[in-house]
Write a protein that binds this ligand. Structure first.
Ligand code: HEM
Length: 419
């Protein structure tokens, strides 16, 4: 592409007015931004960052770059709205001390031991889904496989009864969908209704768990209810909204990790062939398979990051990448662009499933780094690894359908066959 056109694309970039073809492949646009306007001032005055080092600098400086979204979200959702109450109470959109208090409680139930205890159940679940796929000769990678895994894992984490899990994915998609840079009235209404329904449901679940507490070593909900120590208990609103956040955080992101990986492999036949051959050569060797799949999962996360955007607000004047930011400046951190930055990753636009030292930012970085990253990696490793071991010859039977979102990158449907 001529340099003049690349400069024009970078200078016209506006997150609120994305061209239709952006969603299929945003990476060329990210590359033009990284090269020509890495700290891009958009028409609404906010800044869009695409360089790896600039994202790390912002993530590192949590004192200067706030995650508190009250200023940003109050005009977006309207005072008193359910979406505002939810998004401004969850830990990810708060600074210490609320953030620290909630994070500590969640991390206490996501220990290495608690996560490895989940593995046998996860293997059974994945194998059951694979049996169903084999019986049908295929299906939809998203509906029948990728999305069916996190709903069970996160449902177990909070002890949501199986019979109650059906609405969880719809609520999650609607509530996280409301974080898109531009929102239709319909999306907003659906998001608000979903928060209301979710809160109502959780009130019943929490009341029941108060009467019948679970094991706080494994049950996040019991842990959140009880608090670590006297004086650390969450208020009822903090408890309910953070339960919603955990259920949502582990949902679409992990679905997209699994779905994006299995679609990407179709487009990278040599990588796919090499991974499947290595899995076959090491069949039965759990440790070797784990190493192979750990590297592969991190590369899938780098290459097609499920969560493409993060946000911060500068609390004081500062400098990012040589550009002066005023106090109050809103900053969008483009994880998808940073993870393809050639200054950090050799052959950044290549999917290389044996990539070492892959310090990608798909889980963010710093004090808000994903609390569920070990769980997400486990889910990815088991789901993708067992799928490929069983159905090395799977093929997509129709073009996959994208979710059409800038923030959460994934597919809604991907029909495939294993015959
Ligand atoms: C592939 C899957 C996942 C991806 C790509 C992902 C990505 C992220 C990112 C980028 C953040 C940081 C947000 C920020 O700094 O503003 C985050 C935070 C978080 N994630 Fe994940 N996530 C995934 C899965 C999960 C799972 C399975 C859980 C389940 C427990 C989870 C729970 C959380 C929580 C609680 C936070 C907030 C942490 C904090 O604010 O301290 N995530 N995630």
């Amino acid at each position: 592409m001529p340099a003049a056109r690349a400069i024009e694309i970078a200078s016209g970039f506006d997150l609120r007015a994305l061209p239709a073809d952006f969603y299929a492949n945003p990476y060329p646009v990210y590359a033009h931004l990284r090269e020509h306007e890495p700290v891009k001032r958009m028409p609404d005055g906010s800044l869009f960052l695409t360089r790896y080092d600039d994202l790390v600098a912002v993530y590192r400086d949590a004192q200067r770059f706030s995650s508190d979204k009250k200023v940003e979200f109050t005009p977006k959702y309207g005072a008193g709205s359910p979406l505002l109450a939810h998004h401004t109470t969850s830990l990810v959109f708060n600074d210490p001390p609320l953030h620290t208090r909630v994070r500590k409680l969640i991390m206490g139930a996501l220990t290495r031991r608690a996560i490895s205890d989940m593995e046998p159940g996860l293997v059974q679940l994945v194998d059951r889904l694979l049996d169903g796929i084999e019986a049908k000769g295929g299906g939809d990678l998203i509906e029948d496989f990728a999305s069916a895994i996190p709903v069970e894992i996160i449902g177990n984490l909070l002890g949501v009864p199986h019979a109650d899990r059906a609405p969880l994915r719809g609520w999650s998609l609607a509530i996280l969908g409301a974080l898109e840079p531009k929102l239709s009235a319909q999306q907003e209404a659906l998001g608000n209704r979903s928060v209301e329904e979710f809160v109502l449901y959780l009130k019943g679940l929490v009341a029941d768990r108060r009467k019948h507490p679970g094991d706080p070593e494994h049950d996040v909900l019991t842990r959140l209810i009880q608090g670590e120590a006297a004086g650390e208990q969450l208020s009822e609103a903090e408890l309910l909204q953070n339960c919603i956040f955990i259920l949502n955080a582990g949902h679409e992101t992990t679905t997209n990790l699994i779905g994006n990986a299995l679609v990407a492999l179709q487009e990278w036949p040599q990588q796919r062939q090499a991974l499947c051959a290595s899995l076959k050569a090491h069949a039965g060797d759990t440790a070797a398979t784990e190493v192979l799949m750990t590297l592969a999962v991190d590369e899938f996360l780098r290459f097609e990051s499920s969560n493409q955007l993060g946000n911060r607000r500068a609390l004081a004047p500062c400098d990012v990448g040589g550009v002066a930011l005023e106090a109050g400046a809103l900053v969008t951190l483009c994880i998808g662009a940073a993870n393809r930055d050639p200054a950090q990753f050799a052959d950044a636009d290549q999917l290389l499933l044996t990539r070492e030292n892959n310090r990608h930012l798909a889980f963010g970085f710093g004090i808000h780094q994903c609390a569920g990253l070990s769980l997400a990696r486990l889910e990815g490793r088991i789901a993708i690894g067992r799928f490929l071991t069983r159905f090395a010859d799977y093929r997509l039977t129709a073009p996959p359908v994208r979710g059409g979102r800038a923030r959460f990158r994934g597919f809604l449907h991907a029909p495939f066959s294993v015959a």
